[in-house]
Design a protein around this ligand. Sequence first.
Ligand code: UDP
Length: 235
Amino acid sequence: MEKAAQLYEGKAKKVFATADPNYVIVSYKDDATALDGLKKGSIAGKGAINNRMTNFLMQLLEKQGVPTHFVRELNDRETVVKKVSIVPLEVIVRNISAGHFAQRYGVKEGIVFAEPTVEFSYKNDDLHDPLLNDSHALALGLATKEEIAQIKAMALKVNETLKAYFASIGVKLVDFKLEFGRLSDGSLVLADEISPDTCRFWDAKTNEKLDKDRFRRDMGGVEDAYQEMMRRVLG
Ligand code: UDP
């Protein structure tokens, strides 16, 4: 399948049309942004790592009964996915306190929750992705009641599958962000990516950060952390 016109360029990916209106090609970039777009940079090799890791995890999730947009990996950086219309919600699942959760509620990082949390942000850069609840999402017409229920159930299923998988490779899945899309028939599938850009990963033994927090917080060792996650996932 060949790339046709570029449809969209985001912060970390480009999306191209194909000859088939049901499919698009995603191309992962090394560009990185953080802190609501204020911090910009590049992480060498990130595009290929995020592409390959996302595809591996999407296939793992499909096997566990979670429908995804994944179709076929074309090369290191490019993948054919089903064309969806993205539900404008960032769906965040947390197992351990970190990041904005720790800031917002004034608690330290590293508190292990008895049950995972699910929260939504409105995907809107101009408004800086404000936190919102189910009734807000419904009032704004971002999703139907049924879709919201389904998104939550799918997000928790993704969490159970990924938490167990990452534990098996010595990684704590602290939190992550998912996006869902609607296919032309209206059914929901998991879309976007699952990578060190969108998840917090801590080494199970040392709690060393193996994700984008190293970039966000200028900790150094950013490329090494992405490589280490790639090595653990894909050998
Ligand atoms: N996240 C993301 N994109 C965003 C915001 C958050 O991928 O625009 C991910 C982030 O990597 C982390 C989780 O969602 O794994 C929870 O992020 P948090 O709300 O703590 O915000 P952050 O501190 O990452 O801005």
